[in-house]
Design a protein around this ligand. Structure first.
Ligand code: DX5
Ligand code: ZN
Length: 230
């Protein structure tokens, strides 16, 4: 039987504040996933980031709703932030909502209408995020910003963890920072480590995703604190 879920802390009821650290489990040891998820949450992480890849939108395959459900079953109180790097994210809104996802981020470059997707995501009980790749014209995202709870700026070309941070995307962050309200969040994803995190925070990001900078280190607590700037 599924554990009874207590109320999970929501990113989206609180105003933007101290930066939140979101380990991307893409770099976790998948054979020890429960242990890895617990370890980062017990060592200071605020939420978990799940990277979903379809082999079309990005040249890699990763995880689906069943894995999300497994994490949810074992960590009923952890906030799960799902990043959909897929061509057709509409098809997976209900499966991920049922699998316990809290936030569902789609890409502005996907094949579907972002505003219709945002409505469906909210109707299914999740908050809605909008992501942009490093080389996409910000003009595509700009008119949509007010319709989403979270704006995700990709600081690497999506598909793999372990790539180097692309500093030019901080311009996007600065523009978003001028536009968002107190209840919207700006998330940076890709190549975030204690050094690059400093610039992200200075330019307005309040959710920092990191895979290799956390899971490839022995000291998860130290890595998480350093990314947060402590
Ligand atoms: C990349 C994913 C990222 C990735 C980050 O396509 O969206 O979340 O896991 O990995 P690092 O932090 O190693 O760059
Ligand atoms: Zn991601």
């Amino acid at each position: 039987m599924m554990p009874t879920s207590t109320r999970r802390p929501s990113l989206f009821t609180a105003e933007r504040g101290a930066p939140l650290v979101a380990p991307s489990i893409l770099s976790a040891d998948f054979a020890r996933l429960e242990e890895e998820c617990r370890a980062v949450m017990e060592r200071g992480a605020d939420l978990l980031h799940l990277d979903v890849m379809d082999g079309h939108f990005v040249p890699n395959l990763s995880m689906g709703p069943a894995l999300c459900q497994g994490v949810r079953n074992h960590l009923p109180d952890t906030y799960l932030d799902v990043h959909m790097m897929v061509t057709n994210p509409g098809q997976f809104i209900e499966p991920f909502a049922k699998a316990g996802a809290d936030n569902y981020t789609i890409h502005v470059e996907c094949d579907e209408d972002p505003l219709e997707l945002a409505a469906s995501i909210r109707a299914s009980g999740m908050s809605a995020g909008l992501a942009i790749k490093p080389d996409t014209d910000f003009a595509l995202m700009e008119p949509l910003v007010s319709h989403f709870d979270l704006l995700l700026v990709m600081s690497v070309y999506p598909g793999f963890s372990g790539q180097s941070f692309i500093p030019e995307v901080l311009e996007t962050t600065r523009r978003l920072h001028e536009m968002v309200g107190p209840n919207q969040h700006i998330e940076m994803d890709g190549g975030v480590d204690p050094q690059t995190a400093t610039g992200c925070i200075a330019d307005g990001c309040d959710v920092l995703v990191a895979a290799s900078a956390i899971f490839k280190h022995d000291d998860y607590a130290g890595a998480i604190a350093a990314i947060r700037g402590n």
